[in-house]
Design a protein around this ligand. Structure first.
Ligand code: AMP
Length: 284
């Protein structure tokens, strides 16, 4: 496994890899089982696997969240090696955003402006779309792997890739969860034991909506009420519980076909997101 810090080194290293297929997993590090599931998918489907580790400052809309974001490169590199990664690209901010940097990839419309875009501000998905575009152009992979955990990010990235004509296939891997249902996230390491217990209200709320949909409830307001039923009042605050169309991220009033239930919640200082898919009268 090789670790490189610059785009020039990365390109030099990947040149001989072509025409074999390159699978790419972009991350912000603090790797957990969710990231590793993406790496395994990439390893299973490609000749060369590239992992990027870059805590992208431009997608953070709260300075304290950027400062507190967990970082452990030595551990990440050891895990990457175990998963058979060939190349780790771990640039610093000056490599990605040199002096004078002035270009933003900005996806417009509901897919980028609702939910996360509304609550974190539009700078969030501008930051995501810009850094993912830059990373894809640096690696030029055949396939790039993303997690369903960040469902809106997937839709925004797909839009940017299609609109800019980037020659890459986007593959989406299922959300990896701890045994008790909590979606794995680098930010989970910041939860105290009590906060982690409180965070379980998130998968519980999603399951309540899924169960209600399976029982035949189709009214989005009624489904949302089920999510909020019986929640412990303290320690966790939902920013939103939304039922949206999987392609447009428009809110739906009645679940007539597959929909995404997306939530964001704050537990202490930590903001967590999660989602599941539901279908009318049946579960997936
Ligand atoms: P991050 O390092 O949080 O930016 O995530 C890097 C990639 O890993 C993104 O495509 C995420 O959607 C994905 N990812 C993060 N958490 C999970 C999870 N629990 N299950 C599956 N994929 C995940």
């Amino acid at each position: 496994m090789r670790t490189v810090r610059t785009v020039a080194e990365l390109r030099a290293l990947l040149k001989p890899a072509r025409p074999g297929s390159i699978g790419f997993v972009p991350t912000m590090g603090a790797l957990h089982e969710g990231h590793l599931s993406l790496l395994r998918a990439a390893r299973g489907g490609n000749d060369t696997v590239v992992l990027s580790i870059f805590v992208n400052p431009t997608q953070f809309t709260e300075a304290s969240d950027l400062v507190a974001y967990p970082r452990d490169e030595a551990r990440d590199l050891a895990l990457a090696e175990t998963e058979g990664v060939d190349v780790v690209f771990a640039p610093d901010a000056a490599e990605m955003y040199p002096d004078g940097f002035a270009t933003t990839v900005s996806v417009r419309g509901t897919i980028a402006e609702s939910l996360e875009g509304a609550h974190r501000g539009r700078a969030h998905f501008d930051g995501v779309a810009t850094v993912v575009t830059k990373l894809l152009l640096a690696v030029l992979p055949d396939v790039a792997y993303f997690g369903a955990k960040d469902a809106q990010q997937v839709v925004v990235v797909r839009r940017a890739v299609a609109d800019l004509g980037l020659p890459v296939r986007i593959e989406v891997c299922p959300t990896s969860r701890d045994h008790d249902g909590l979606a794995r996230s680098s930010r989970n390491t910041r939860l105290s034991a009590l906060e982690r217990t409180r965070a379980l209200a998130i998968p519980r709320a999603l399951k309540a909506v899924q169960d209600a949909a399976a029982e035949g409830v189709v009214d989005a307001d009624a489904l949302r009420e089920r999510a909020l039923d019986g929640l412990p009042g303290d320690g966790l605050a939902f920013e939103y519980v939304a039922i949206v169309d999987p392609l447009t991220f428009e809110q739906v009033e009645t679940v007539e076909r597959e929909a995404i239930v997306a939530v964001a919640a704050r537990v202490g200082d930590v903001r967590l997101i999660d989602n599941i898919r539901i279908e009318p009268g049946g579960r997936r």
